[in-house]
Ligand binder design. Structure first.
Ligand code: SF4
Ligand code: SF4
Length: 339
């Protein structure tokens, strides 16, 4: 896989993980010699920055994902233990308590809410749904987990089983377009279904906002390569008179916020070092379009807002309890509306 590597170390320059161990070709050699365990791959955020800068087009990210898959096959116990709390979040999110689908007969589009967004106040989520409906007409709604956590931890069987269940639902309802909020759902659904998947920003180009601060825009690493969404988000902010400060880490060169690949459950220090890197340039308010990045980058010095919060004017503070309570209330509200 690394026969084309020219050891230019471009991939290493901005990666906190590779800086620690060396370029991927060297890591591969050390692992092959038995001097480093494959489980080191759980320190890689799977953010894909290396792929974006490698002049030889080497798919470094997939190398580390495949290592994770190997480790899961041989030592799933270690992975399940290390990432227990992250997996418990996924389990709850995909459980019957929180999961919900309502697809009217005349709808062939589906608003796939994912997990994090459903922890917002139900009134706000319903506002977004109604707005979307006003733009696209009849549309179903789904609260479900995309199981990217299992995917990234290397648990192929579980991920495929859950994806297969979803694909069946989409097929049975003749869904032709899925509209997403969450970058992870977007990536997973694009990679594993044949259905057209668009981020919600496609339908928010004329949404107005009274927000009046300038922002440093953080592009989520999961949507690296999605120039359509990157442009849409910039257009929406600009149309609202919001000044965007650019840093060198933007669009396809964006950095991981520190949450990627669940690294913080394996090596907290490494995960924090990504976050620290962001704080070096973030000198005003950060705007992003991933709720994971939003909660991860939040700190005492810098405000972090999600684009949807800016557009739908909801800056309510969410803690662990309100998050799960909101999710439960949202499902109850949607069930009521579906009757
Ligand atoms: S995917 Fe991200 S964290 Fe992993 S090696 Fe590449 S740049 Fe580093
Ligand atoms: S950027 Fe590509 S060619 Fe350069 S060291 Fe990294 S893997 Fe090798």
């Amino acid at each position: 896989m690394f026969e084309n590597c020219i050891s230019c170390n471009k991939c290493l320059k901005d990666c906190e993980f590779l800086k620690k161990y060396g370029n991927p070709s060297d890591i591969h050699k050390i692992i092959s010699n038995g001097d480093l365990e494959k489980r080191v791959a759980y320190e890689c955020s799977l953010c894909g920055l290396c792929n974006a800068v490698c002049p030889k087009g080497i798919d470094i990210k997939s190398y580390f994902l495949n290592l994770r898959r190997d480790v899961f096959k041989s030592d799933s116990k270690m992975v399940l233990k290390k990432f227990k709390s992250l997996l418990s979040y996924e389990k709850n999110s995909g459980s019957d308590i929180f999961k919900f689908y309502h697809i009217p007969q005349n709808a062939n589009k589906l608003f796939f809410l994912g997990c994090a967004f459903t922890g917002k106040p139900p009134a706000m989520v319903l506002n977004v749904y109604k707005y979307l409906e006003s733009k696209v007409g009849a549309i179903g709604i789904a609260i479900d987990c995309c199981y990217k956590i299992s995917h990234d931890l290397g648990n192929v069987d579980k991920f495929e089983k859950k994806m297969f269940e979803k694909i069946n639902i989409f097929k049975n309802h003749g869904i032709v377009e899925i509209i997403t909020v969450c970058p992870s759902c977007t990536r997973v659904l694009r990679n594993y279904t044949e259905i057209e998947v668009n981020t919600i920003y496609k339908y928010l180009s004329d949404k107005s906002s009274t927000f009046d601060q300038s922002v440093t825009l953080h592009d989520p690493c999961v949507l690296r390569g999605d120039s359509q969404t990157q442009d849409l988000v910039r257009g929406i902010l600009s149309n609202n008179g919001i000044t965007i400060t650019s840093t060198k880490y933007n669009r396809d060169k964006t950095l991981c916020c520190g949450e990627g690949g669940g690294v913080r459950f394996y090596n907290r220090e490494l995960s924090d070092s990504w976050k620290k890197k962001h704080m070096e340039y973030a000198n005003n308010t950060i705007a992003t379009y991933c709720y994971g990045c939003k909660s991860f980058l939040k700190n005492k010095k810098v405000d972090v807002h999600h684009i949807l919060d800016i557009l739908f004017n909801d800056f309510s503070k969410i803690n662990f309890f309100t998050f799960w309570k909101n999710r439960w209330k949202l499902k109850r509200e949607l069930k009521r509306l579906a009757k």
